[in-house]
Design a protein around this ligand. Structure first.
Ligand code: SF4
Length: 387
């Protein structure tokens, strides 16, 4: 027990020393002492700020989350404000952070919290797990840190630390390996201080037990780390071979008229669900769908502005960008658009910024304006300017 307490103190101290921002985002509400999202269960705890930061931290690095977190909680200072906001407002505040289904789930969960829990973030694991977008990781983090529930958090950082501590040599994405890591994490957990323990483990993984070149000589767990003693810390955890990520072609049509852009909103399910963007079609830019869209917009001339690339975890999108100035702000009827879209609107630049625009949509708009370097060699001759 004594060594575990020392580990807690040392792991957090080392993490803070080397990367103070690691804990700043994680506990931003607490540090700021703002009066929002305060739970009656644990007075003074910025519970929903913790919830928002945990959801943002899913699949996103701490360093990227900070500004978005600040902006988001400034815009939606409590659960009620988030619940009554429109999904466009929520996606607008989330815009640029990626994985937009998290924002939609957060909005849905805020409504669930208002309706089912009187606006207070629940404290039990089953209630937390019943909220939209809250999985075992987020539920355990909130329950342990805010309510002292003895639930071990297992994220990518913790998995790596545990795999090394216990010299686990099976692939880390294997179901049995995950169960073994979860068992070890639960056994290690300090039930008297589960939140502090979980934060220590996550901080340790983020700044000391890093994927490459872990700092074993300064690690508070080195005395009982099996991988370190066996000299295998660099080769663990065992990760599966990288898959070849497929490339998918799109064509984007950026129509402008008197200072406004035509944007379309994607349906809520699927890639970039609920986000606004210039009309994009999957597949070759010269197919029949493109012809229908181009006819519907009645542009006198489409300029090929080049291509942008957007890398997602499971595919790479290669988007050819076409731009046109329309004489009239005509809107193609929704039946002529791909079934991915549910609405269209002409927006000024300011209006577009307040709607949820994905990073890809921003890249496409920038490319259409001609301010982005494009790879024109990849485009067939007949698709170049004015064709
Ligand atoms: S000793 Fe090295 S490998 Fe083991 S937990 Fe610490 S940093 Fe990670």
């Amino acid at each position: 027990m004594e060594s575990r307490k020392r580990f807690l103190v040392e792991a957090r101290a080392i993490a803070r020393l080397h990367h103070p921002n690691v804990v700043t985002v994680f506990r931003a509400g607490e540090i700021d002492e703002r009066p929002y999202f305060v739970s009656e269960y644990v007075p003074g705890r910025p519970l929903s700020a913790l919830w928002v930061s945990e959801v943002m931290l899913q699949q996103t690095r701490v360093g990227s989350v900070g500004p978005y977190f600040e902006r988001f909680i400034a815009r939606f200072p409590d659960v009620h404000a988030l619940a009554v906001a429109s999904i466009d407002e929520v996606l607008g505040a989330w815009s640029g952070l990626g994985y937009y289904r998290r924002a939609r789930a957060l909005h849905e969960a805020a409504n669930q919290i208002v309706v089912r829990f009187g606006g207070r973030v629940p404290s039990s694991l089953p209630d937390l797990l019943s909220l939209a977008g809250v999985g075992p990781y987020t539920a355990s983090a909130i329950a342990s840190i805010a309510f002292g529930v003895p639930a071990a958090v297992v994220d990518g950082n913790v998995s790596r630390v545990v795999a090394r501590l216990f010299d686990i040599r099976t692939p880390i994405n294997d179901g049995k390996t995950k169960a073994e890591i979860a068992r070890h994490a639960s056994r290690l957990l300090d039930e008297a201080a589960p939140g502090a323990f979980n934060e220590a483990m996550m901080d340790l993984g983020a700044v000391v037990c890093t994927p490459r070149a872990p700092s074993c000589l300064m690690c508070p767990a080195s005395a009982w780390c099996a991988a370190f003693h066996g000299g295998r810390q660099e080769s663990l955890p065992v990760t599966p071979a990288r898959r070849v990520v497929p490339r998918v072609e799109y064509a984007a049509f950026v129509a402008a008229c008197e200072g406004r852009l035509l944007l379309a909103r994607r349906r809520s399910r699927g890639l970039f669900g609920g986000m606004w963007e210039p009309i994009m079609l999957m597949g070759e830019a010269s197919d029949a769908k493109r012809s229908a869209v181009v006819r519907g917009l009645a542009a006198p001339r489409w300029l090929d502005r080049g291509a942008v690339e957007h890398v997602l975890t499971h595919r790479v999108l290669e988007v050819r960008v076409f731009a046109a100035s329309l004489r009239h702000a005509t809107t193609p009827s929704i039946e002529h658009l791909p079934s991915d879209y549910e609405a269209t609107a002409w927006c000024t630049q300011g209006e577009a910024a307040t709607r949820g625009l994905s990073v890809l949509a921003r890249k496409v708009i920038t490319c259409a304006a001609g301010t982005r370097q494009v790879d024109r060699r990849r485009l067939p001759v007949h698709e170049r300017d004015g064709s």
